[in-house]
Design a protein around this ligand. Structure first.
Ligand code: HEM
Length: 453
């Protein structure tokens, strides 16, 4: 596959191009817990990074370091002011490309791995797929897939596994324009292998992911000519046919990287949120009944065919979604690399320093969320809302989640059909414990019992 042709849009040069793979380790002047020379603080940090960062914040303030493997220090910045500085990034100083470098072997051209002017250009050309009219179209596509999946779910399911399967299928159909069925089984399999192993360390799992990536690149490349000829309303086709005023388009490689990157960003994050919500519903029969009532009333007002108008009238379901995201943000860390040195709260942070933000540092801050440990969706009902930089499950600023509204629509559409047809109950094993890194998910399978209503 050729990476580019003379008619392709070239990558715009940006300041972060000058940074290398090796981040600045000269951070000893910053406070922080001492780390072991082999594993740093990762044994304390990984089981529940949000909790650990909150403890360290109480001890060291809003700027400190922790050590990951090899005790490589990372600068942790905490609080709404830090979130605002890094995520708004008014001076183009915080590189997402180097922050998310771990993804670069799989989809180097995806939007999250682009910085500054180059990122703005690529982000802009995806925006039409997330406008209200496009979201209405996506919902029409999703509704029958959701109904059919839920109808065929057995009486007891591994909730995370089923949610992942469903969200992947929707992403492939809605954004990829692929149909389900036996023809696409190998494609579905390769996507699942790649996405399940993207963050695996070097070894067999990573090798499998890279092989699946190569087969997928080949398959998607084969599809490009058809898409360019036949057109379509999905993201893959939209990117394949896009041209600017000068007639330049995206290279084949960029279209494919964007597509794979999108599948990665879209499916497991949403599956994580759906899983924690379902567990919370199963644990709270009173809330389950409340949301079920709300869905029944909406169906009465809007009819049986699901529309975005109907989903806009589910304030309690919406609040339940937000409260779950507050407590269990699927992405626990937002990584960046500083291009230039900067100061934060009087401390000097050198150029090329690795930076980490933690949504849960502010999500559990009693200044913004009183009694933060308490699960209380009502805090999001008829409330003015906290400082926007204190609630960041979808990030904020330049790289804020492109699929945020799509995710809310998808989650509510699934819950709507689920709550109208099934009663949710946890198995005897209960809800188990959560694994937080790289993404929030049950450590061991959680069985959810579904009885028909
Ligand atoms: C509950 C579900 C989701 C959560 C919690 C979530 C969370 C996030 C967060 C925190 C970021 C910012 C990362 C950063 O700043 O480094 C992000 C970016 C992104 N998300 Fe989501 N996401 C979700 C669902 C989705 C879906 C469904 C899609 C696609 C339809 C999507 C596509 C993206 C993309 C493309 C980016 C990169 C945007 C950019 O770099 O400009 N996400 N997401």
């Amino acid at each position: 596959m050729r990476d580019s042709t003379p008619n392709d849009l070239l990558r715009i040069s940006v300041a972060s191009d000058a940074l290398g793979r090796r981040a600045n380790r000269d951070l000893a002047h910053l406070p922080g817990p001492r780390g072991h020379r082999l594993w740093g603080n990762s044994r304390d940090f990984l089981p529940n990074p949000g909790q650990y960062v909150r403890d360290m914040r109480r001890r060291h303030g809003n700027c400190f370091t922790v050590g990951v493997v090899g005790n490589r220090r990372q600068v942790i910045l905490a609080g709404p002011a830090a979130n605002r500085l890094v995520l708004l990034d008014a001076d183009d100083n915080f590189s997402s490309r180097w922050g998310w470098e771990v993804l670069s072997a799989h989809f180097p051209g995806m939007v999250l791995l682009r910085d500054f002017a180059d990122h703005r250009l690529h982000r802009r050309l995806m925006a039409p797929l997330f406008k209200p009219a496009a979201l209405r179209r996506h919902l029409i596509q999703m509704d029958p897939i959701i109904r059919e999946s839920i109808r065929t779910w057995p009486d007891a399911i591994d909730i995370f596994r089923e949610c992942k399967r469903l969200t992947l299928e929707m992403a492939l159909r809605v954004f990829g324009g692929f149909e389900g069925g036996a023809d696409h089984e190998p494609l579905y399999r390769d996507v699942a292998t790649l996405l399940d192993n993207v963050l695996a360390p070097p070894g067999v799992r990573r090798w499998r992911a890279l092989r699946a990536r190569d087969r997928l690149r080949h398959t998607l490349h084969g599809e490009l000519a058809t898409r360019r000829q036949n057109g379509g309303e999905d993201l893959f086709t939209h990117l394949a046919v896009w041209t600017d005023e000068a007639g330049r388009g995206l290279s084949d490689r960029d279209v494919i990287d964007h597509m794979l990157g999108f599948l990665f960003a879209a499916h497991e994050t949403t599956a994580s949120a759906l899983t924690t919500m379902s567990i919370k519903l199963a644990e709270n029969p009173v809330w389950q009944e409340r949301l079920c009532e709300e869905c029944r009333a909406a169906r009465q007002d809007f009819g049986d065919r699901l529309t975005s108008g109907c989903l806009d009238h589910l304030p309690l379901t919406d609040a339940f979604f937000r409260e779950t995201l507050r407590l269990y943000s699927p992405l626990q860390m937002i990584p960046r690399r500083a291009v230039q040195a900067f100061r934060f709260e009087g401390r000097h942070i050198p150029a090329n320093a690795p930076i980490l933000l933690f949504p849960q540092a502010t999500h559990f801050d009693p200044e913004f969320f009183p009694e933060p440990e308490r699960f209380d969706p009502l805090r999001f009902v008829d409330a003015p809302g906290p400082d926007p930089f204190a609630f960041i499950p979808f990030g904020r600023g330049s790289h804020m989640c492109l699929g945020m509204h799509f995710a809310a629509l998808e989650v509510k559409a699934i819950l709507f059909q689920l709550l109208l047809t099934k009663r949710l109950r946890l198995g005897e094993e209960g809800s188990g414990t959560l694994n937080y890194v790289p993404l929030v998910r049950p450590l061991r399978p959680v069985r959810l019992h579904l009885s028909p209503l």
